[in-house]
Design a protein. Structure first.
Length: 293
């Protein structure tokens, strides 16, 4: 997902250069100005939606710039309709009205959410409106398939703590796991987990159990990887490089192999997306899922 953030930041920036003045960027050495106080998930300063989910208080104008994060509640979601999903362009920050916020074109079918990636789009992103600060979250899903097509099920905090399940569309028997601390890119912590049957053809339940002391990844109820906080201490900055800030649940379907993406991302994603693939020509690449948290 760290790859997705970098890629989407480039995509958003290039799109907006044509339409408007280049937005102010924000990051480690550049906080947002008072007139555009909120630093978005993609490293741009602004108002309104920039101050909602994904707003990074570290690089915003002040710690009070971002809207306070709604607290999660234990729920099981079957998506019979889209009533509890607000499009990102219409979400005003009231988590009592919407449990999820979407970008792209989500659909529903038979009680499942269908996330789509139509030709020449950046796919679909679904983010929980509520924040989790430790707990266990499960998603029962079928991944997408094909070169360059990525399915992701992750925790992401506003300061870029991250816990990942990711699936590359050219390898339908592997779930990739990783974790990140405050946006520091480190792919050496990744580990691949084997899935018993095809991730595209068959539903599997993927779970992340996150506690103050450990993260455990499960597939179909079986714990397959555990990372202990005590093993993440970094002597360079005397910090535990361990996810430890309130996070949103995010599910996404995106083209890691889209033209213009970084070469390393394209290679990791299994090559360029074949926009003439039968799945994409029919209805866009899809993933089908249900969520429990």
């Amino acid at each position: 997902m760290a790859r997705l953030l970098a890629y989407l930041a480039c995509f958003v920036l290039s799109s907006q250069i044509v339409l408007a003045q280049k937005p102010t960027s924000c990051g480690e050495h550049n906080k947002c100005p008072e007139n555009a106080p909120c630093c978005s998930q993609y490293g741009e300063c602004g108002l309104g939606a920039y101050c909602l989910g994904g707003c990074d208080p570290k690089y915003s104008f002040s710690l009070e710039s971002c809207v306070p994060a709604p607290i999660c509640k234990s729920m099981k979601y079957n998506f019979n309709n889209l009533d509890n999903i607000a499009p990102r362009t219409k979400y005003l920050g009231d988590a009592n009205k919407s449990d999820w916020v979407s970008s792209g074109n989500p659909l529903t079918a038979n009680g499942n959410l269908v996330m789509t990636m139509a030709p020449d789009t950046v796919g679909t992103l679904l983010s929980s409106a509520h924040y989790v600060w430790y707990g266990k979250v499960s998603a029962t899903l079928k991944t997408s398939r094909g070169a360059g097509v990525i399915t992701a099920f992750i925790f992401m905090s506003d300061v870029k703590d991250e816990i990942d399940f990711e699936f590359v569309g050219t390898d339908l028997h592997t779930a990739q796991t990783n974790y990140y601390f405050q946006g520091i890119t480190d792919y050496t912590k990744g580990k691949n987990l084997s899935v018993d049957s095809n991730t595209f053809s068959d539903y599997h339940t993927y779970s992340i159990e996150w506690t103050p002391d450990s993260v455990t990844w499960f597939i179909d109820g079986q714990p397959l990887r555990t990372v202990l906080k005590k093993d993440t201490f970094d002597k360079g900055d005397n910090k535990y490089h361990y996810p430890q800030s309130p996070s949103r649940l995010q599910l996404s379907l995106w083209p890691g192999g889209k033209e213009g993406a970084p070469e390393g991302t394209i290679q990791w994603a299994g090559g360029l997306v074949d926009w003439d693939h039968e799945d994409i020509k029919k209805h866009g690449a899809t993933i089908h899922l249900r969520v429990r948290r």
